[in-house]
Design a protein around this ligand. Structure first.
Ligand code: PGA
Ligand code: ZN
Length: 488
């Protein structure tokens, strides 16, 4: 073995818990002559993709810790995530970490890099140091202000996350304030519609009201427009449909249980595209289920023409081979990076490199069950992520946002990411056109307001002007049929 720059001396594991109470693993790694220390606890998902690393083996954290042969890490260079991954793979060679759990791989690999950073006196993001074009940048904070799906109770929307992000903030603190303001205004909007709203929130701190997805989007759009006017920051809207959770493989339809919608794949794509057009959405994550590469590819053609970021999460699960498969068919132009989906940090960084090589915008993301750790901010900055998806409120979420502020403070020259402005027609382009929502054609009126207008013509990395909405008439007809079946 070549002489280690920062040799690992000791690895300790302990059972731990996320802010939601999921069982997980925390690792402590000691390195170098002085015994510098790193510590990390893994997050846990609720709408986890079936292709991602197993969180914990049967028997939970106790079994994971019992099976973990920490001696294999001793002497390994903690400053080299790929060397740490290799050592982890010698302990657990299964493709999905079914022996020791992705949580263990996450905790050890992240703690190792934090220890190396401490030993070398450098920030962690510098050791990750892949960076995008133009060096490191502060990512745009992306957070959900309202939600449902698997993150909230029975009456909340079927779509999992209604997201906002500032498109061109001057500073990270402006960006954080913008998202917080929308979050506060969304609560007011809900209370206006339902004065008895008990202010319930889902797993990630987003409001969880009793309403359907369409009303939710209308409300978030109003709140974002108001915050945008107030603060003078362009605020983009997005949705994470988490469509694998809606997909019924046996029936071949997406089932919106609470809202009574049943959509075949074409109708699902159509439905979300119409929502995106109507509200000028700039961000759409997992509109289709985790194995529909071709469906994603078709939607990506639509998204590129509009400057929409079409983001794959469960489809690619932070896995470089799945990203290559997506790239081969042109599926998505952005990708979620969740280190624990891959397992180790080293594998997640290979994924980030693949994203960069293939022109995918990176969205470094938290999990719904997350810990108080700040490391996500370093992963986002270090991989040159366009966005950091980390929620808006709550201790686990603010921990990552605060770390962004600290990184910015110690690197004042570091620039802010921004989303370009070309491409998306937004709401203006739809004036006078009939669009179909909930099966009822509805005309877009001149007095319809929303940030789509302001955000008109936007673009982002990997976003270009492409062809139009071929095949859409087809989709609309099918959607009508599906809706007809539901509503008649
Ligand atoms: P999870 O979902 O962390 O609950 O898996 C988050 C997401 O789908 O982005
Ligand atoms: Zn997602």
């Amino acid at each position: 073995m070549p002489k280690s720059a920062v040799p690992i001396r000791e690895v300790r594991l302990r059972p731990a818990f996320t802010g939601r109470g999921d069982e997980t693993v925390e690792a402590e790694v000691l390195v170098g002559a002085s015994g510098s220390r790193g510590r990390a606890a893994a997050p846990a998902g609720a709408s986890a993709g079936k292709h991602e690393a197993v969180h914990l083996p049967p028997g939970g954290s106790a079994a994971a810790i019992a099976k973990f042969d920490a001696s294999r890490l001793v002497g390994v260079d903690a400053s080299d995530p790929r060397a740490v991954t290799e050592a982890l793979r010698s302990i657990d060679p299964t493709p999905n970490y079914s022996l020791v759990g992705g949580a263990t791989a996450y905790a050890v690999s992240v703690a190792a890099l934090e220890a190396a950073a401490a030993e070398l006196g450098r920030p962690m993001h510098e050791l990750i140091g892949l960076y995008g074009e133009g060096g490191p940048a502060i990512p745009l904070p992306l957070g959900n202000v309202l939600g449902g799906g698997r993150h909230a109770g029975g009456g909340a929307p079927d779509l999992q996350e209604f997201l906002v992000f500032p498109e061109n903030p001057r500073t990270p603190i402006d960006a954080i304030r913008a998202n917080l303001r929308v979050h506060a205004l969304v609560r007011r909007g809900i209370e206006k519609r339902d004065p008895t709203f008990p202010a319930g929130r889902g797993d990630e701190g987003a409001w969880a009201p009793r309403m359907g997805s369409l009303e939710a989007l209308e409300l978030v759009s109003e709140a974002a427009a108001a915050a945008s006017d107030e603060l003078g920051v362009r605020i983009g809207l997005g949705i994470d449909a988490a469509a694998s959770a809606l997909w019924s493989p046996s029936e071949g339809v997406y089932v919106y249980r609470r809202e009574g919608r049943r959509l075949d794949p074409q109708a699902q794509a159509s439905f979300l595209e119409e929502l995106a057009d109507r509200y000028g959405l700039r961000y759409l994550e997992d509109p289709l289920h985790e194995d529909d590469f071709d469906g994603f590819a078709e939607m990506t053609r639509w998204a590129r023409a509009r400057g929409v970021l079409l983001v794959a999460d469960d489809l690619v699960v932070t896995n470089a081979s799945r990203l290559e498969r997506a790239a081969a068919v042109g599926a998505a132009n952005g990708a979620i990076l969740k280190v624990n989906q891959a397992g180790s940090l080293g594998e997640a960084l290979s994924f980030a490199a693949a994203c960069r090589a293939r022109g995918y915008a990176i969205v470094a993301s938290h999990r719904s069950g997350d810990t108080w750790d700040p490391h996500l901010a370093h992963v986002a900055v270090g991989t040159g992520a366009l966005m950091m998806k980390s929620g808006v409120v709550g201790g686990e979420r603010i921990a990552k946002l605060m770390e962004l502020l600290r990184i910015h403070e110690s690197n004042p020259g570091i620039r802010m990411s921004a989303l370009g402005r070309r491409g998306a027609p937004g709401r203006h382009a739809l004036l006078g056109r009939k669009i179909i929502l909930e099966g009822r054609p509805r005309e877009v009126r001149r007095d319809d307001r929303g940030i789509g207008g302001q955000a008109a013509a936007a673009g982002g990395p990997g976003v270009d002007q492409g062809a139009g909405r071929h095949r859409h008439k087809d989709r609309h007809d099918r959607e009508n049929q599906v809706h007809g079946a539901v509503h008649s």
